[in-house]
Design a protein around this ligand. Structure first.
Ligand SMILES: Cc1cc2nc3c(=O)[nH]c(=O)nc-3n(C[C@H](O)[C@H](O)[C@H](O)COP(=O)(O)OP(=O)(O)OC[C@H]3O[C@@H](n4cnc5c(N)ncnc54)[C@H](O)[C@@H]3O)c2cc1C
Length: 398
């Protein structure tokens, strides 16, 4: 296996998502360009993942594709960050090198920002019979399948509409269900398309668990207006083609199902011989460093960070990833110059959940907002992130 051993004196950042891209830029900025940075991602594009619930817009295909992805090379070139496309197959923490399959990449400092993968929890049929939006390729497949389903709805028996089941009552499932129910399928698929019947199967956890009560109340009302029906309190046990079996014996027929019920750390991260939290996420110190591994940091969804003061676990959000990134980068740079590190403290700026085309509900400080103003705010924040990222500026929102 090839090795570029002469380049060991550099920082390597794994993953060019919200966390990794920001960490790479911050290392260059804080070290005034003196620390060489190699950024590695299996994909050539940075995915605007917080927008992947917009399946109606994705279904309108090619012309919107650029809206959901940005070419990594263009985003990092001007900062002198080297980008290499490759899939991380192994991380050797003792030997301080990364296995990319065809080559071995040594590092002096490392930031692991590999996000997450979907978790099916061993539920029979879940992987085979559902679509998902956690990755761009999955969201595109879902959007195409929905467009086909809607185009075919014209031939259904009278009174019958396409049945869509969304499994997972967290914010991802809720956003996807509302978007499917309110997208303009007559423009997207066929002028005679029949709007889908959308059922959101929330599982045993409460609907939108962990979000403020006022937001949840508005979300329920807006989902009702959008025609989304909630099925609460019970988990899916098994899926077959066209049928979901719940733990209480209820069977739900469907034409298309979406899995939005959970995420876990990627296998390469779960395999690391270090302390792990829920779903194999990496446990990190208050400096976002891996326990017992100086110079190796974890940032974003791949990490389980428990605030030492509140004992609350920081949520797996882009907002948290972007808050962690400058602190991890500063601590990595401090390690090179022997300066002290600073602790990470998380303060959530607010949360906004999309509830169908043109609608949302959110909570900012102590203020609840809903309807079209909330959706406008969400769109502005998303656009600001994309625009700042394209210009190489730190984003202010999300
Ligand atoms: C539909 C949806 C809506 C969301 N809405 C919001 C929202 O409104 N606000 C919010 O704050 N958060 C939201 N989130 C959550 C947010 O998207 C994540 O928290 C965020 O993407 C985490 O950033 P990250 O950098 O840790 O991971 P990611 O953005 O997933 O980046 C991980 C990167 O690692 C790369 N990678 C993974 N494995 C490998 C490998 N083996 N080799 C090479 N590269 C690899 C991937 O290609 C990817 O580029 C939403 C998520 C979804 C799915």
């Amino acid at each position: 296996m090839a090795s570029d051993g002469d380049r060991a004196d550099r920082a390597v950042v794994l993953g060019a998502g919200y966390a990794g891209l920001r960490v790479a830029h911050e290392i260059r900025r804080l070290s005034r360009g003196s620390i060489p940075v190699l950024l590695i991602d299996r994909s050539p594009v940075h995915v605007l993942r917080t927008e992947l619930y917009e399946v109606g817009a994705i279904a309108q295909a090619e012309r919107t594709r650029r809206r959901f992805t940005l070419p990594i090379d263009e985003l990092v070139r001007r900062d002198g960050i080297e980008f290499r496309q490759g899939a991380v197959e192994g991380i050797d923490l003792d030997g301080r090198s990364i296995d990319l399959g065809t080559e071995r990449v040594p590092y002096r400092s490392l930031a692991i920002c590999l996000g997450n993968v979907v978790a099916f929890y061993g539920i029979e049929g879940a992987e085979t019979f559902t679509f998902q939006v956690y990755r761009y390729s999955g969201a595109v497949r879902l959007a195409e399948a929905l467009r086909e389903l809607e185009a075919g709805s014209v031939g259904l028996p009278p009174g019958r509409r396409p049945r869509v089941l969304v499994i997972g009552g967290g914010s991802t499932g809720t956003e996807v269900a509302a978007e499917i129910a309110t997208a303009d399928w007559r423009t997207i698929a066929d002028p005679m398309a029949r709007p889908p019947e959308v059922l959101l199967v929330c599982g045993a956890l409460p609907f939108l668990a962990g979000l403020p009560e006022s937001l949840v109340r508005h979300a329920r009302r807006q989902l009702y207006d959008a025609g989304v029906v909630l099925h609460e309190g019970v988990n899916v046990r098994k899926l077959t083609a066209g049928r979901a079996f719940l733990e209480d014996g209820v069977e739900l027929p469907f034409d298309l199902a979406v899995w939005a019920a959970g995420i876990q750390a990627p296998p390469v991260v779960r395999a690391l011989p270090v302390p792990h939290g829920r779903g194999g996420r990496l446990k990190v110190t208050e400096h976002l460093e891996l326990v017992g591994r100086p110079g190796v940091f974890g940032v974003g969804d791949v990490v389980e960070f428990e605030d030492p003061k509140t004992h609350m676990v920081v949520p797996s959000t882009a907002q948290a990833a972007l808050a962690e990134a400058p602190v991890a980068a500063a601590n990595l740079v401090a390690g090179w110059s022997g300066r002290p590190m600073r602790p990470f403290q998380y303060r959530e700026r607010g949360v906004v959940v999309a509830l169908g085309v043109g609608r949302a509900a959110g909570r900012l400080s102590r203020v609840t907002i809903w309807g079209s103003p909330a959706r406008l705010l969400k769109s502005l924040v998303q656009r600001e992130y994309a625009s700042a990222t394209e210009k190489g500026r730190p984003p202010t929102g999300l």
